[in-house]
Every structure is written in structure tokens, then in C-alpha cells.
Design a protein around this ligand. Structure first.
Ligand SMILES: Nc1ncnc2c1ncn2[C@@H]1O[C@H](COP(=O)(O)OP(=O)(O)OP(=O)(O)O)[C@@H](O)[C@H]1O
Length: 231
């Protein structure tokens, strides 16, 4: 479980995040919506420890995380908008390398299984990543998260630039990960996908979370209306 309690971040005099309270339980997908500059990436960067909060707390499994804590690195995986891995290594080599960095030494059969689980076609397993599409890179990134046994996965705009088929594959994969007990937080501009994939949807405005909605209780069209009224 991932939690922010009254989390704030101020840059000079600009408040990028204002007392954010947010919980992503095990098995849940939380989608953060909001205009450019609303504070979505700031939220993710705080959870990742890339930046320090001005005030407030971050908890993982009910335990407060300090700036230097190892818990964060152990439990959280990050899938950025474009997954940057080694272009001159194959999918399997990248997966093997990053698994070993995290302290796991898998057989090639297990590594292959992780890539299969993420839907990367078998003929791509031995190809260099330099030729991979955004969707294929994302699958390798998610395979690394699974191999590292990360309980929490953070994603920044994962569906931007994906074609509809790749978006659908991504959605099914995220749902499967949530069913397996992962906590997933994603920043997105994709209202339709948010309704499809999320458990909860938050709408941010000027650093504040102004609405939190259960995805099962709203249609994409009503969410779009609420979003446009809110921002
Ligand atoms: N390093 C920084 N220094 C100063 N201001 C910053 C810094 N990083 C972010 N901000 C400001 O904080 C606010 C929130 O930015 P953030 O990147 O979190 O928004 P966002 O919701 O992720 O937007 P986008 O959809 O464009 O990614 C913005 O006003 C931004 O200009």
C-alpha cells in the first residue's frame, strides 16, 4: 500500500503540491488526471524520492519512508513515459541486467517467462531494444518491475503515443498486475483509459487533489464533463 499524507512541495514561492492525501491499496489502480502543471509528476517524483517534500509524509505498507530509506527502492518500480533501457542490449539482456542490479539472478527460462507474461512477442526477446516501439519498451519495463518483485508501480503518461491495440494490451496487463496484488499509480491525460483501467481516479488542480472518484461509478463522458468543470 502506498500513501501520501498531507504531502506538499514548494519551489521558491510556487506551491506545486498542496497537502495531498492519497492512498493506493494493494490490488488498486489509481489514475491521476489534471492539466499540465497540476502536480502529477511532482507527486510521482516525491514518491520516487527524486525530490524531497516541503512537508507531509509518504508511507509504504503503513511505514513512514525517510529520504534515505531502502524500502522505497525495494518496493517501488517506475515506468516513465518513455522507458529508457540499454538500446544495444536485447530485451532478455536488459531484463537480466536490471534483475541482477536488484539482487535477483533468474534462469533464462524465468526471464523468458517474465517477458511472455508482459506480452512481448517471442521473436523480440533476442532483439536489441534500439528498434523497439514505445509499447514494446513499456512491456520490458513492466517485466523488470515484476522480476524485481516491486509491490508498487508508478507510471507517468503510460498510454500517450500508444496506438489503440497497444493501449488495450497495456490496459489488460495493468489489470492483471492489480489482480495479482500490485498497487499502481499512474499520471495520465487519457480519460477513457482511466475509466477502463482504474479503481480510483483523482483530478488535480493547482497542486490540490480536488476530486477522488470510484471508476466503477462514472462513465468516461461524465468524467470528461467533471474534468472540464474542475480544471
Ligand atoms: N524544478 C522545478 N522548479 C520550479 N517549479 C517546478 C519544478 N518542477 C515543477 N515545477 C512546477 O510545479 C508545478 C507542477 O508541475 P508538474 O510537472 O508536477 O505538473 P504535471 O501535472 O505533471 O504536468 P504535465 O501534465 O505537464 O506533466 C508546475 O507549475 C511546474 O511549473
Amino acid at each position: 500500500m502506498l500513501q501520501a499524507i498531507s504531502l506538499s512541495k514548494t519551489y521558491q514561492s510556487h506551491q506545486a503540491l498542496n497537502e495531498l492525501d492519497l492512498t493506493v491499496n494493494q490490488g488498486e489502480v489509481f489514475c491521476l488526471l489534471g492539466q499540465n502543471g497540476a502536480g502529477k509528476t511532482t507527486t510521482i517524483n516525491l514518491f520516487l524520492g527524486f525530490i524531497l517534500p516541503s512537508s507531509g509524509k509518504i508511507l509504504i505498507n503503513n511505514e513512514e519512508i525517510s529520504a534515505t530509506s531502502d524500502t522505497r527502492r525495494k518496493h517501488i518500480a517506475y515506468i516513465p513515459e518513455v522507458v529508457m533501457l540499454y538500446g544495444n542490449l536485447t530485451a532478455l539482456e536488459n531484463l537480466d541486467y536490471f534483475s541482477k542490479l536488484a539482487g535477483f539472478n533468474y534462469t533464462s527460462a524465468s526471464l523468458t517467462e517474465f517477458l511472455n507474461e508482459c506480452g512481448l512477442q517471442a521473436d523480440a526477446h533476442h532483439k536489441n531494444l534500439s528498434g523497439f516501439s514505445k509499447g514494446m519498451r513499456q512491456k520490458v519495463g513492466i517485466a523488470i518491475a515484476i522480476a524485481k518483485d516491486a509491490k508498487i508501480i508508478l507510471m507517468d503518461e503510460p498510454t500517450s503515443g500508444l496506438d489503440p491495440k497497444a493501449t488495450e494490451e497495456f490496459t489488460q496487463l495493468v489489470k492483471k498486475l492489480a489482480n495479482e496484488g500490485k498497487s499502481i499509480l499512474m499520471a495520465t491525460h487519457d480519460i477513457f483509459n482511466a475509466v477502463n483501467v482504474a479503481t480510483n481516479i483523482g483530478i488535480m488542480r493547482q497542486g490540490k487533489l480536488v476530486h477522488t472518484i470510484k471508476a466503477s461509478e462514472i462513465t468516461a463522458s461524465d468524467l470528461q464533463k467533471l474534468y472540464l468543470q474542475t480544471i
